[in-house]
Design a protein around this ligand. Structure first.
Ligand code: IFG
Length: 509
């Protein structure tokens, strides 16, 4: 064999990302992957890289051990075939604050001849890149992935999911399970609705009866519960390891029967209310004329803020039908400054627009467009949670066994078919911090229920929040990618709703 030919063969073998030969035409180029949320820029390059089970890290800056271990563990859950030799795949991590990237979550993900390189401004960007690469590893089919470069960044900085743990209590493990699923789709805020008429779910040292009494009830009764402050911090830490920020909500002055059933003095007539096990709303109110009410609210805001690293505290403020408007305004104007006093930015349902809003206030739009527009005119930002598009407790259709339909049916196509910046006249892109999909708890009791209502619609919200839609990303295009995620849902054990509008692929496809 000629020396030249021998050299050529050696070179060919040495270069991982060699020119795709006919036998490798089945190798996916990176632009063919069904990535959700859609990445913002993608460029194929020639050649392909074989993916090995053995992972070789080259972490170019101070290494985040927890993140490295998580990536390694998840890599090895996906890539199991050791192959014949002990070759490995190089994963290079470059964190460089001088990179010209738009945000902490931005990243470059390059598949090249020596391996894979992730570049970002921070660990958060590395983590978002890893979710993209994880999807590629699950979806690659062949041993190899085509070479190329992904340049990606979020359209909105807040892509949230809310879980109502007050109507029905969910265990720490059930909450962690949902958080872990959210992380795969680049959701980065987790809003916990911690109190309502039917239950108070977080221990407050200075007001122990809130959980001793208020923690024992829930819709339809049964074994309810609450989180100790340590358990709440465990959830916060678990979310933080997945670069998800927890937003605690204590809903006031309405939706407070559990507190009013725990302490007589919080009621204007000094009589404890009965615990409530129903599904009605709008019948309860704190006593806005009593000083103890504001001491109570301040103690709650202080204790929860002290164990919440995230920037937001949510004060609820919705459906205060039992509070005269002038009382409501007086109340929230005394409460909103307490949020700032303990170092947080206030979020409230859109009714808080009636109050004096600090410049960093966030109005969560759910049903009343005038409230959202008025909030904008007062200088607040808007978090878009339109009930008729984004409420996960809305049924898919009339056959859905759980959920409500007061805001209409929301099937997977409707959940995808809106954009935040075009929905409300007077609420433009620059007024919007992002979107959030609330899952109210009246009709759900376990993880299967959460997953049935959240998946697949949540992937649409994740994409609406992360990706520029452009003209090409129609429902028909999106649903082709979504269908492939049916395989991932099965692999990840997600109990999703097989919306008949989607031609679901399964693990056997
Ligand atoms: N509206 C109430 C929720 C819940 C919901 C159920 C808001 C802001 C109806 N408030 O949505 O407490 O009961 O779909």
């Amino acid at each position: 064999m000629s020396r030249f030919f021998l050299t050529a063969i050696c070179l060919w073998l040495l270069i991982g990302c060699h020119h795709v030969s006919h036998s490798e035409n089945s190798v996916k180029s990176i632009s063919e992957f069904a990535l959700i949320p859609k990445v913002n820029q993608i460029e194929d390059a020639s050649g392909s890289l074989q993916i090995r089970a053995k992972l070789d890290f080259n972490w170019k800056t101070n290494q985040n051990e927890d993140l490295k271990n998580r990536i390694t563990q998840q890599w090895q859950q996906i890539i199991t075939d050791q192959g014949t030799d002990d070759a490995s795949t190089l994963l290079e991590i470059i964190i460089d604050t001088t990179l010209d990237l738009k945000s902490e979550e931005s990243y470059h993900l390059e598949i090249h001849e020596h391996g894979i390189t992730i570049s970002a401004l921070s660990d958060e960007g590395v983590y978002r890149a890893w979710q993209t690469l994880r999807q590629m590893l699950y979806l690659k089919g062949e041993h190899s992935i085509g070479c190329g470069l992904i340049i990606d960044f979020p359209k909105y900085s807040y892509r949230g999911a809310m879980l109502d743990v007050a109507r029905h209590f969910f265990s720490v493990d059930e909450v962690k399970r949902y958080i872990n699923q959210l992380a795969f789709y680049k959701i980065n805020y987790f809003h916990m609705h911690l109190s309502d008429d039917q239950g108070w779910r977080i221990h407050i040292d200075r007001w122990p009866l809130l959980t001793e009494i208020g923690g024992t009830s829930q819709v339809d009764g049964g074994e309810a519960g609450f989180y100790t402050q340590d358990e709440y911090q465990d959830i916060v830490q678990y979310a933080a390891e997945r670069f998800i920020t927890v937003v605690p909500e204590i809903d006031v002055p309405g939706h407070t029967n559990a507190a009013l059933a725990s302490y007589a003095e919080l009621n204007c007539d000094n009589k404890k209310r009965d615990r409530y096990y129903g599904r009605e709303v709008g019948f309860s109110t704190l006593c806005v004329d009593k000083e103890i009410t504001y001491q109570f609210v301040e103690d709650v805001i202080r204790e929860i803020s002290q164990i919440t690293p995230g920037p937001y505290f949510h004060i609820g403020g919705d459906e205060t039908h039992a509070t005269p408007e002038e009382d409501y305004i007086q109340f929230i104007n005394r409460v909103i400054p307490l949020v700032g006093k303990y170092g947080k930015k206030v979020i409230g349902w859109d009714e808080i627009n009636l109050g004096e809003l600090p410049p960093d206030a966030v109005v969560q739009y759910w049903a009343n467009t005038e409230n959202a527009v008025n909030g904008v005119q007062k200088g607040a930002k808007v978090l878009m949670s339109p009930a008729s598009y984004a409420y996960l407790d809305m049924k898919y259709d009339s056959l859905t066994p759980i959920g409500y339909h007061w805001a209409g049916y929301i099937d997977t196509q409707r959940a995808y078919s809106w954009t935040p910046e075009t929905l409300v006249e007077g609420v433009e892109k620059e007024n919007i911090i992002g979107i959030e999909a609330p899952l109210w708890g009246e009709t759900i009791t376990n993880s299967d229920d959460i997953e049935y209502l959240a998946f697949p619609r949540l992937l649409g919200y994740a994409e609406i929040g992360w990706s520029e839609r452009g003209d090409s990303r129609t429902w028909d295009e999106y649903k082709k990618d979504l269908a492939i995620h049916g395989k991932l849902f099965e692999k990840l054990g997600i109990h999703f709703y097989r919306d008949p509008k989607v031609n679901w692929l399964t693990a056997s496809d």
